[in-house]
Each structure stands twice: as structure tokens, then as C-alpha cells.
Write a protein that binds this ligand. Structure first.
Ligand code: ADP
Ligand code: ZN
Ligand code: ZN
Length: 722
């Protein structure tokens, strides 16, 4: 019997497409269909008997690619919800949920791992110890006696393939593919959880497996990861899968090793450093239930979990969970929706929880679990301000700061200088006429990268050579203004000539390999001073680190972004958390021109807890998120007039008593990459009202004259207003 399939296609159109098909095809299956002159892979959304398109004009499906849905029913429901919530085309959402390699009509790759195991003959040979044979072959039989091993691992363990060749020739060993979950490993025993950790883990375990959201608020180094591991161990014992999300920067080989060694299972890792095939294999291993633990970054939230047990979001406050282009979802918020749909507990962990999650705790929606003590012997670091007023600074450093760094090195310990700007200086200025190098496309200062003798725009990528003389007055007095990590590194080298210094920012860590290699060196006591951006703020255990210096605190205190103070507090506390993780106590110096700033005082006296309470109070008073809902329409156009006309019309058409529309607003960066940019901010008292307002309004916006000549997007729950 012929029926109609509604199919989501990878095309930039806000609609689904109908095709004829014979027989039943479940939602979530992929189909190959004709589209224009091409054939494309689509995802079936639903099947029905009728179509709004004339039957004669309907094309037939070329081939049904999956017998069982690749995106299961739960995932389809959640993704449809997400498409509606974020006002993003369903076709794009569904395509985005699939790994790239699965968006083609090729056969699915085998998700198993290439492994070797003993044949029954081989087992007999192994038992027959009296028999004389080559030692190398014995080693192979011995290594495989406890069960199959991935080929790579066996090769590593043996050091040579000669014995293996022999064992294969005898028919004692065979090559197989095995599911990741079939590989048993030796585990490293867990430390005994302290009382707070035990209470936290038990709260989640005893929730009984059903949906229950928890916020695990634990100071840095309090052993949150140990709590996750304990919960996951219980989940595995119940035969269930665990999904763990971490920020991009935290998914290091060390982190993977820790999970693997402690849980004794193969981990399906999903991150941007993988090739398409590896990624799709890990994804399929999870989707087929072969992988019991999935450890991934933001987009791993779209992994199907046929045996769901628990979801963990580590560093839940981290901004990298928000997708900033295309389908602008927030992985943390989606994770909570998925946990609800899957009916499993979810643990959001952080030393500096987002104000959103703290508000959910206050409203009794999330249960709060706290770890107030550092695990083991480690002491919390002491926070101090260094007053920069009327001080003579040396390349941005106060004398007191340099003294502290010197003393730290003299004690044989490690110091970290944190500065959230890469390059040599954020501005290059002419001392004679005050000209400064600007990006011709963004109207923002170009950053001077002195090592490469380039001026670069960090907003659009524009770059040029550094001029020898001022283009305006021909003077030669071009001077750097402000400090980036390069300049700080130079200043420290001048001050401490014989001390090894390692700089960590995007410029020194291009490529995953370079990054992993550099990160591997950090904990070594030989790297005495670390200079870096927020790449250094999390994830690394640095046992020799006892001093952290934060440069540029004031920029966070005086930003226009209403989230800047929350971010600054999180950053300071996270960077501070790197210090004093072993036996030696740590200290943190905050350089500022405003030592009595109220937010700094709150942070210094009461820590992040006091700061977040204060910020929540301020947000409530000002009706800002999380006590209000925002949606941001961003637009850019080649001409200002077209932009203004569009934004004015969009603002005027937003006439619903439940919302307030602010617009047209200039974007915080009114020009970028040559385009003029502006926005309309929609503010609303509650989620439901916002959700019922947006679809109708966006339909109107889509129909505005001139809409096609500019680029625009909608961001529901934006994390920044840029
Ligand atoms: P967090 O995730 O909160 O930053 P970790 O779980 O990484 O903290 O723990 C910090 C350090 O303390 C790690 O080296 C870890 O092995 C150790 N640790 C955690 N819990 C315990 C415990 N109960 N007993 C001993 N050491 C622990
Ligand atoms: Zn000049
Ligand atoms: Zn630019």
C-alpha cells in the first residue's frame, strides 16, 4: 500500500517534504529521496495517508536506509520539542542530531572494536602448560586468557607482533569485532568517599532511577568527579547507560583515562577532535546500547540511549554548552528535558553554579547537594586584592604581584598568571597623533600579535602587517596599549630570565595534538610559570600550583553585559580552584583599580555563594533572567537603512500584552565583518507566554518586505547579547 512520508531534509527551508512510499517506515528512519536534481538523505518525521501536495506531483522515496529508527521515539519527541522551543527548522535540528557520516546513504559502519580472542583450540593450548612452545606465543595466550582484548591494546602490551602471528597461524587466536561493553578491564580502586560525597551520591542513587534533577554544588577539588563515578558505577551495575557532558576544553585524554580506569569499561568519546567515522562509530555504539558510558561535549546531548540510566553535566555553568550559531540550543537545558523524557536522574555539577540552576534550586525544582570541603588534604586558596591605584606598573604588573611570583618560584612551586586576552596588546596606538589600528570591517581595535608581526581582528579574522609608521602622521612612535598573554609572557621572561614559562592560549594550542601535548606538560613542576587565557581555568590538576594572579579583573566589573559579573565571579573562583590542590596551600591575587568594588568585596568575604545570592537579588530587582525570559532577534545587513527599517517593522509587529519588545537596538558591536548589525530584544514574564508569542511573531517577521536581503536569526534564552 502506498502512503505518504513527511521527511526532514538538509536544506535551509523551514518546512518538511512529502514523499510516496510503499509499506511502513517508522519515524526516525533515514530515507534517500530525490530533491531537485540530487538525491539527499532525510529523516522521516511521520507517516500518513494523505498529503497537501497533489498525488501526481509527489515523488517516491528512492530507498529506505534503516529498518529500525536511527533516532528513536524518545529522541524524536525531544528534538521536536527543541525545534519548537528554540524556533528552529525541524529539518535542520534532526540533521544536526546525526553525526556527519550518517547523513550519507552509505551502509552504517560497524561500531564494534577490532579485537583478538582465544579460539577453543587456543584455550586448550593455554591450559596445556606442559607443552613446549615459543615464549612469545605463550605471552599472547596469557594476555588473552581472561577475555578478548582490542587489537591496539594487545599490540601495546606485547611490544611485538611476532607472537601474535604465530598464534594466529596455529589457529589459537582469531580476529573478532566486539561491543565496547564486552571489554572488561581491571579497575583502579576508588577512594573511600567522604561523608558529604557519600550523602550526595546516595541521594541520586536512591532516587530510584526515575526523573530527578540535582544540582551538585561542590567547591573546586571537593571530589565531584568521584561522586559522578560512584553514581555511574551504580548505573552500570543496573545494566544502564550513563551520559556525561563536559565542556570542550575539559575532555582531555587524562579525563578519558580516569573514567576508563575507574569504571573498567570502554568509554564512547564524542568531541570535535574526532574524525567523522570515529564519531559516528562512537555514536552508533551508544545508539546500539553497546557503549555503557558516553563522555562527550555539547552535541553529545543528541546521542540515543536505549538503556538510559543517568545524565551528568559537569561544569554546568560553562558557556560552551550553548550553541552560538544555527540551532542555538543550550545543552544543559536540553539535558534536563531529555532526563525527563527518559525518566532518569540528572546531576548538574559545578563549583560555581549558573544563576539559572540556583534559581531552580530556590524554586524547589532541583535538589541541592553540597560538597563544602576539598577532598584529601587540600586547603581552599586565600583570595586577596592587589590595589593598582597610584602604583607604578611594570607591563601591567604591580610590584607586590611580581614579588609574590618570585617568592613562589623560590619555594619551588608553580605560579599561574591568568589574562583573558591573547596577542601582545589589544590596541596599537600612535603616541604622536593618537591614531590606533582599527579593523576596517568591524570598527574595533586590531590586536597586535607581535611574534608574527600581524594585526588581527578577533571578531572577523581580518589581518594585516604591522605598519612601520603611523598611517596618519607618519610618526614612528607606535606603542602597544594594554596587555595580552604574549606581552605578559615577555614581561615575565624579562623579570625571571632563567625560569621556564609556558603560555597557553588559542595561539599556542592550534590543533588538538599540540593542545594535548601542551596540556600534558602543565602539571610538571618544570613549567614554573603558566600564562594563559580561560583555557587554563578548568580541568587540569596542577599539584605544584600555589599562586594564581588574575589580570584584567576591572574589565569584568565594568562590562555592559548583564551576565559579566556572574562570569567574572565564576572565572575567578574557577581559576582560584587550580591553586593549592595538593598539600600546599594556595593564594590568589586579583589586580584591580577598584579594590572596594561591592561585588569584589562580596566575593572576597563570602565567596561565590555570597556573590551568586547577591547577583540573584539584583537580577530579580531588575527583572532580568532567570526571573524573566529573553529572546533576541539579531540581524545584519549591508546597509544601515535596510537594517533599521527591518528592525523597526519587527519591533512594531511585536504587539502582545504579555511581552515587551525593545528595538531597534544597536548591537554591542554595531559593525562586524563589514555588515551593519542590530537587534530586537523580547522580554517576557514567563516561558509559556513567550512560547505562545514567538511562532506568530516570527511568521510576521519572515513576511516583512526586504527580509530576504538581510540575515537574521532568533536566539531563545540568549547567553549573551552580542
Ligand atoms: P572536582 O571534580 O570536584 O574538581 P575531583 O573529583 O577531581 O574534584 O577530586 C579532586 C582530587 O581529590 C582528585 O585528585 C581526587 O582523586 C581526590 N579525591 C576526591 N575524592 C576523594 C576522597 N574521597 N578521598 C581521597 N581523595 C579524593
Ligand atoms: Zn600618528
Ligand atoms: Zn573585524
Amino acid at each position: 500500500m502506498t502512503s505518504i512520508l513527511r521527511v526532514a531534509l538538509p536544506v535551509p527551508l523551514n518546512s518538511l517534504f512529502d514523499y510516496r512510499v510503499d509499506g511502513e517506515v517508522a519515524a526516525g528512519c533515514r530515507v534517500l529521496v530525490p530533491f531537485g536534481k540530487r538525491e539527499v538523505v532525510g529523516v522521516v518525521v511521520s507517516q500518513s495517508a494523505t498529503s497537501t501536495v497533489d498525488h501526481d506531483r509527489l515523488k517516491a522515496v528512492v530507498r529506505v536506509l534503516d529498518e529500525t529508527p536511527l533516532l528513536n521515539a524518545e529522541l524524536m519527541t525531544t528534538l521536536r520539542w527543541a525545534a519548537r522551543y528554540y524556533q528552529h527548522p525541524l529539518g535542520d535540528v534532526l540533521q544536526g542530531a546525526l553525526p556527519v557520516a550518517l547523513r550519507s546513504p552509505r551502509d552504517l559502519p560497524d561500531s564494534g572494536i577490532a579485537a583478538l580472542r582465544l579460539t577453543p583450540l587456543g584455550e586448550a593450548a593455554h591450559r596445556d602448560a606442559a607443552r613446549r612452545r615459543a615464549k612469545r606465543i605463550d605471552a599472547v595466550l596469557e594476555a588473552l586468557a581472561a577475555g578478548p582484548l582490542p587489537s591496539v591494546e594487545l599490540a601495546k602490551a606485547l611490544g611485538s607482533n611476532a607472537g601474535l602471528r604465530g598464534a594466529l597461524a596455529h589457529g589459537w587466536v582469531e580476529r573478532v569485532r566486539i561491543a565496547a561493553s564486552a571489554i572488561g578491564r581491571e579497575t583502579i580502586p576508588a577512594p573511600r568517599l567522604n561523608d558529604e560525597q557519600r550523602v550526595a551520591a546516595d541521594a541520586v542513587i536512591s532516587a530510584g532511577g526515575g526523573f530527578a534533577p540535582f544540582l551538585l554544588d561542590g567547591v573546586t577539588g571537593s571530589g565531584k568527579t568521584e561522586v559522578y563515578l560512584d553514581i555511574i558505577r551504580d548505573c552500570l551495575a543496573r545494566g544502564r547507560q550513563a551520559l556525561v557532558l563536559v565542556p570542550e576544553i575539559a575532555l582531555t585524554p587524562q579525563a578519558l583515562r580516569r573514567f576508563r580506569e575507574r569504571l573498567g569499561v570502554e568509554i564512547a568519546a564524542l568531541h570535535s577532535g574526532l574524525g567523522d567515522t570515529e564519531r559516528s562509530m562512537a555514536w552508533l555504539a551508544a545508539a546500539r546500547g553497546e557503549a555503557s558510558v558516553v563522555l562527550g561535549t555539547r552535541s553529545a546531548i543528541f546521542v540515543p540511549l536505549p538503556r538510559p540510566g543517568v545524565i551528568v553535566i559537569d561544569e554546568e555553568h560553562d558557556a560552551s554548552y550553548k550553541q552560538q550559531e544555527g540551532f542555538r540550543y543550550h545543552a544543559r537545558d536540553l539535558a534536563v528535558m531529555r532526563a525527563k523524557a527518559l525518566d532518569v536522574p540528572i546531576v548538574l555539577g559545578s563549583a560555581t553554579p549558573s544563576l539559572e540552576s540556583l534559581a531552580n534550586v530556590a524554586a524547589d525544582r532541583y535538589r541541592l547537594l553540597r560538597l563544602t570541603q576539598r577532598a584529601g588534604l587540600a586547603q581552599p586558596p586565600a583570595l586577596r586584592v592587589v590595589d593598582l591605584r597610584s602604583q607604578r606598573l611594570q607591563e601591567g604588573f604591580a610590584a607586590a604581584t611580581l614579588e609574590a611570583i618570585g617568592a613562589c618560584i623560590a619555594r619551588g612551586e608553580q605560579a599561574l598568571v591568568f589574562r583573558n586576552r591573547r596577542g601582545y596588546s589589544p590596541v596599537l596606538m600612535c603616541h604622536d597623533c593618537a591614531w590606533s589600528a582599527q579593523c576596517p570591517h568591524c570598527e574595533r581595535a586590531l590586536t597586535w600579535h607581535r611574534r608574527e608581526a600581524r594585526l588581527r581582528c578577533h571578531h572577523c579574522g581580518f589581518e594585516q602587517r604591522v605598519p612601520r609608521a603611523c598611517p596618519t602622521c607618519a610618526g614612528l612612535a607606535l606603542h602597544p596599549v594594554g596587555e595580552g598573554t604574549e606581552r605578559i609572557e615577555d614581561a615575565l621572561r624579562a623579570q625571571f630570565p632563567d625560569v621556564p614559562i609556558v603560555r597557553v592560549d588559542r595561539d599556542t594550542t592550534r590543533g588538538r595534538r599540540a593542545r594535548d601535548a601542551l596540556f600534558d606538560r602543565l602539571p610538571d613542576a618544570g613549567a614554573r610559570i603558566l600564562v594563559g587565557t580561560q583555557m587554563l581555568a578548568k580541568g587540569h590538576d596542577l599539584p605544584h600550583l600555589t599562586l594564581v594572579v588574575v589580570i584584567g579583573v576591572d574589565e569584568g566589573l565594568y562590562s555592559v553585559d548583564f551576565r559579566a559579573s556572574e562570569r567574572l565571579g565564576q572565572l575567578v573562583v574557577q581559576v582560584a580552584g587550580r591553586a593549592g590542590r595538593a598539600e600546599r596551600p594556595g593564594s590568589v591575587l586579583l589586580q584591580t583599580h577598584d579594590p572596594t568594588h561591592p561585588l569584589l568585596s562580596v566575593l572576597l568575604n563570602g565567596g561565590y555563594r555570597a556573590l551568586s545570592a547577591q547577583l540573584l537579588k539584583d537580577r530579580r530587582a531588575a527583572s532580568l533572567p532567570p526571573y524573566a525570559q529573553f529572546a533576541l532577534l539579531r540581524a545584519e545587513a549591508p546597509e544601515q537603512a535596510a537594517l533599521t527599517a527591518f528592525l523597526t517593522a519587527a519591533t512594531q509587529s511585536a504587539s502582545d500584552p504579555a511581552i515587551v519588545a525593545h528595538g531597534p537596538l544597536a548591537a554591542p558591536m554595531p559593525r562586524r565583518a563589514g555588515a551593519f548589525r542590530g537587534q530586537v530584544l523580547i522580554e517576557c514574564g514567563d516561558r509559556t507566554a513567550m512560547q505562545s508569542f514567538l511562532p506568530g511573531w516570527l511568521d510576521t517577521v519572515r513576511a516583512l518586505p526586504g527580509e530576504r536581503r538581510l540575515r537574521w536569526s532568533i536566539d531563545v534564552d540568549p547567553v549573551d547579547l552580542y
